[in-house]
Design a protein around this ligand. Structure first.
Ligand code: BGP
Length: 463
């Protein structure tokens, strides 16, 4: 039997700085890795995006009209610190002050992601996360955020989808592996630095922000075995460890997952760990777990005879001797080929909760589609309503089963730029009138899902 949703459930939605703001090289902002990458063919540059930088008041007013209790957005590191360290760009500080104040004006709790795929290019040029210094650079950035916003921002997220950064960085434009001999060695050393930076930032939040709550935000997709063949089950355990549990085991327990460690040893890729690193990680604790969920992943055993290939966004490449991507024949797919699995969402929530026993907030979930604006300014996105409704149903079921869910922030509050598939891949409740290369007037239109989500929030999930 369904129990009512928690009274203070945080309904909202998400964006990220480099995908929504525009003004990417103006107003004192330094370039990030996203601004120096070559954009995928057929997609536009990041100079305008949804132009949230100039429309934030109008956009937050629309979020308030939907009844948002929270708004998840990220802070662009190189807007605050154009060089990644050193001089602060006051205009950048002011911009996020304004965004935060605008949220608070409508009683919307800001949920701030510190780092969402946009390392300052100046740091990348020096070697980015592969250098030990990156840990202190991130902590310094976190300190500036707490100093400036800690009086008003209670909820913080450290690193968006650190697992995707490690497993799929080339696709999302955060790393270039050309000429790298042992990619695992490089990626998992960077990963170690990020984990350490995260642990230190969590501890610092507890020191500096009164009542502050902080958590990680990996992308968690429960991994299914393709069959009940025992070897397929082993393959699923392998990918679950590599893709999912490594990140949460580290954030919550500060412990490397043993299956991952064995995998790294096998590839001569165990990270350099300095004295004291593991203590720092074991003593820092998140207050909650944020996670992005789009779908599950399905794998079968890989006997090692086939070379590594690339799976889809959730699977991120096959590993000989470890697992092989398997298209799940039981699931429908979006227009962009992503599997749709609401039941798997509940399975994922159950599994995370049974492993970590922490409250959880869904920091992303959603459907990318080619929406059409009608002549009379409507967007009939019934497919999105259906997708979201089915996922919300699963949250209700999970809550009724005793899983502690704090909130739901689908991707995305407003149309923005996809990681690699352009602005025509839309996720928002609010339509932004532009095409890939024709900026039109950037006017905002309420999609059908806007009115539907407003009712969902009004009734605390009853719709
Ligand atoms: C997540 C990212 C987001 C986002 C979303 C949709 O991986 O955290 O930044 O864009 O996926 O993905 P895409 O834009 O590739 O459709």
């Amino acid at each position: 039997k369904l129990k009512p949703m928690p009274k203070d459930f945080l309904w909202g939605a998400s964006t990220s700085a480099y995908q929504v703001e525009g003004a990417n090289l103006t107003h004192g902002k330094g370039p990030s890795v996203q601004d120096i990458k070559k954009v995928p063919e057929g997609t536009s540059e990041l100079d305008v995006c949804a132009d949230f930088y100039h429309h934030y008041k109008e956009d937050i007013a629309l979020m308030a009209e939907m009844g948002f209790k929270t708004f998840r957005f990220s802070v662009a590191w190189s807007r605050i610190l154009p060089e990644g360290t050193g001089a602060v760009n006051q205009e950048g500080i002011d911009f996020y002050n304004n965004v935060i104040d605008e949220c608070l004006k409508y009683n919307i709790e800001p949920l701030v992601t510190m780092f969402h795929f946009d390392l300052p290019a100046a740091l990348e040029k020096k070697g980015g996360w592969s250098r030990r210094e990156s840990v202190d650079e991130f902590v310094n950035f976190a300190k500036i955020l707490y100093e400036n916003y800690g009086d008003r921002v209670k909820y913080w997220l450290t690193i968006n989808e650190q697992n995707v950064l490690t497993l799929n960085g080339e696709v999302i434009g955060t790393c270039d592996l050309k000429g790298v001999d042992n990619k695992y060695k490089k990626l998992y050393q960077e990963n170690h630095h990020m984990l350490l930076a995260q642990a230190k930032a969590m501890a610092l939040c507890h020191e500096m922000v009164p009542g502050g709550k902080i958590g990680p935000a990996p992308n968690i997709s429960l991994v299914y075995p393709a069959s009940c063949k025992p070897k397929d089950v082993l393959a699923a355990q392998n990918l679950n460890a590599i893709r999912n549990w490594l990140y949460l085991d580290m954030a919550v327990f500060g412990r490397y997952n043993n299956l991952v460690w064995a995998f790294l040893e096998e590839h001569d890729a165990t990270p350099v760990i300095e004295d004291g690193d593991m203590d720092i990680m074991a003593s820092a604790h998140p207050d909650f777990i944020g996670f992005n969920y789009y779908s599950t992943a399905t794998v079968e055993w890989n006997d090692g005879t086939e070379p590594a290939g690339r799976g889809d966004q959730q699977i991120s490449g096959d590993e000989p001797g470890v697992f092989k991507a398997y298209p799940n024949p039981n699931l429908l797919r979006t227009e962009f080929g992503w599997e749709i699995d609401p039941d798997g969402f509940r399975a994922t929530m159950r599994e995370i909760y049974s492993r970590y026993h922490l409250p959880m907030i869904v920091t992303e979930n959603g459907l990318g589609a080619y929406d059409k604006l009608t002549e009379d300014g409507k967007v009939h996105d019934q497919y999105r309503i259906e997708y979201l409704r089915k996922h919300i149903e699963q949250i209700k079921l999970a809550c009724s089963e005793g899983v502690e869910m704090m909130g739901y922030c689908p991707w995305s509050a407003i149309d923005l730029v996809s990681t690699h598939e352009g602005v025509v891949k839309r996720y928002g409740f609010i339509y932004v009138n532009r095409d890939e290369f024709d900026l039109k007037d950037l006017a905002r239109y309420k999609k059908d899902s806007f009115y539907w989500y407003k009712k969902v929030i009004e009734t605390n999930g009853e719709d």
